[in-house]
Design a protein around this ligand. Structure first.
Ligand code: NAP
Length: 303
């Protein structure tokens, strides 16, 4: 089968290659992958991926072999899947608790945006606690995680402040539920209760200063690649928290929650770039070039 593999000399460091098909364990299904979505993290840390292993976290497709232990979805079921690798291939073996059945009315190419970006937003907001009436600042709001976070925070009843890198990057965020869209942290005049930060660096330091007493910054990522330097005594004060966040595993149930919202038309997946996987390099360049407002989706096809 074909897979999109690290290839240091190829454009964007990726090339299609012929590899062995996965052999599912008795508690896994085999999925024929139709679409994958790209994430900043898996691309940024591609060089750390074990040599010879197939990369990729998010894939959507159709079950072509049910789990040998008799549990899980039947052959022909459309599913969304997550794993710490294996998504960028024609076939993927998936743990049963890392998949969710895609409702008939939901397009697989839209569903595939959800696993890492959507579940990260969902779990980070849950970590922050009840949000009704609370002021929630979301940095990197134009990105994959950020756009889902804006929508889910608004659905939770929060007052949502979306921070982007430039004015045009904020287009569409008000429609998705942002009460305020701001470039950097300009124009935020009142303290915030919660920050979901995917940008890091000096903006993380500045966002921490905006916290109300007992407020929390969830540190999700560092798309800026810059260091966060806290001035002396800026972290001393009335019970404010900086909490590290990691998505974890067993995404199946939370992917099902997000698919339900998608089915109901209450969540927009924001496919910003859609192309065949032969054109993966263009998608990677667009993502790292900060040209996407939302997610990049690639279609997987057999040779
Ligand atoms: N902890 C976890 O479990 C977890 C899970 C998912 C993602 N993450 C992390 O969260 C971050 C965002 O992930 P994502 O998938 O949402 O990425 P993304 O779609 O590329 O979005 C990143 C956003 O960050 C902003 N940004 C600010 N400075 C940037 C810079 N110097 N370079 C690139 N982007 C910059 C960009 O918005 P503007 O151009 O508008 O500034 C962009 O929209 C990454 O660091 C990723 O590794 C962590």
């Amino acid at each position: 089968m074909r897979a999109l593999m690290p290839a240091p000399d190829a454009p964007a460091g990726l090339a299609l290659a012929t590899v062995d098909a996965p052999e599912p364990r008795p508690d896994q299904v085999l999925v024929e992958v139709r679409h994958l979505s790209l994430n900043y993290g898996e691309l940024h840390f591609l060089s750390r991926f074990p040599a010879g292993a197939i990369p990729g976290w998010d894939a959507a497709g159709v079950v072509v072999a049910a789990a040998a232990n008799g549990t899980g979805p039947a052959v022909g079921t459309r599913v969304l899947s997550y794993g710490m690798g294996g998504a960028w291939a024609e076939l993927r073996a998936v743990d049963l608790d890392e998949l969710a059945v895609v409702p008939d009315s939901v397009d697989l190419a839209r569903a595939v945006t959800l696993p890492v970006a959507g579940v990260t937003a969902l779990r980070a907001l849950r970590t922050a606690g009840p949000l009704l009436g609370r002021r929630v600042l979301i940095t990197g709001a134009s990105g994959g995680v950020g756009r889902f976070a804006v929508q889910l925070a608004a659905l939770s009843g929060a007052q949502v402040i979306a921070s982007v890198g430039a004015e045009q990057r904020g287009r569409g965020l008000a429609v998705l539920g942002a009460d305020q869209v701001t470039v950097g942290l300009d124009g935020i005049t009142e303290p915030v209760d919660v920050v979901l930060d995917t940008v890091g660096g000096p903006q993380l330091v500045a966002a921490y200063q905006l916290l109300a007493p007992e407020g929390t910054v969830l540190s999700i990522g560092c798309a800026s690649g810059e260091a966060a330097v806290f001035p002396p005594y800026s972290t001393v004060g009335p019970g404010r928290s900086l909490v590290s966040f990691r998505i974890g595993n067993r995404l199946g149930a939370d992917m099902a929650v997000l698919l339900h919202l998608l089915e109901q038309g209450r969540l927009s997946p924001e496919v910003a770039h859609h192309a065949p996987w032969e054109k993966a390099a263009d998608a990677v360049d667009a993502l790292f070039g900060r040209q996407l407002r939302g997610k990049a989706v690639l279609d997987v096809s057999a040779a």
